[in-house]
Ligand binder design. Structure first.
Ligand SMILES: [Zn+2]
Length: 165
């Protein structure tokens, strides 16, 4: 018997960053500033990410490219790894992403790549808390309440044959 399933999710969209609450505005600003620290000599596409942890502190990351392209890392994973390494137990709650080009802030939101979505999903499973995602740009701001929504039918520890410790 064939079953047809459907997966959908709802997200909010704002016209400008001024419509966000002040703590989210601050996070977007941190992400934009982090983008300035990107090392992107090959793409010229600089991305910044800022994570607000449960304690309220903000940890940032930016993309770091490499001549061996797969060795580069995205801003989102850089920020989440930074948080994990330097603030153990301090749960990521909100992640803002901003991108800049030579023309300034991107006109459209930049969404996490598949690798980063997988890492965001793992952090949510690890902590048992959703990570709210804020994708900022000149034209609009998108807010996704749960990072895992960006990765339906995700691979997770449930797919592994043994239970991890
Ligand atoms: Zn990525």
């Amino acid at each position: 018997m064939i079953k047809t399933n459907n997966i959908s999710f709802t997200f909010k969209e704002f016209d400008t960053v001024e419509e966000l609450e002040s703590s989210d505005r601050e996070l977007v600003k941190s992400a934009s500033e982090a983008a300035l620290n990107a090392y992107a000599p090959y793409s010229g596409f600089r991305v910044g990410a800022a994570v607000r942890l449960a304690s309220g502190i903000i940890v940032t990351g930016s993309n770091v490219e490499n001549a061996a392209f797969p060795s580069g890392i995205c801003a989102e994973r850089n920020a989440l790894s930074n948080a994990s390494a330097n603030h153990p137990g301090n749960i990521p709650m909100v992640l803002a992403v901003a991108a800049i080009t030579e023309a300034g802030n991107s006109y459209e939101p930049v969404s996490p790549c598949g690798n980063c979505r997988q890492v965001i999903a793992e952090e949510e499973i690890r902590s048992g808390k959703s990570i709210r995602i804020i994708l900022s740009s000149k034209n609009k701001i998108q807010v996704i309440e749960q990072g895992g929504d960006l990765l339906p039918l995700q691979f997770s520890r449930n797919n592994l044959p043994v239970t991890p410790c």
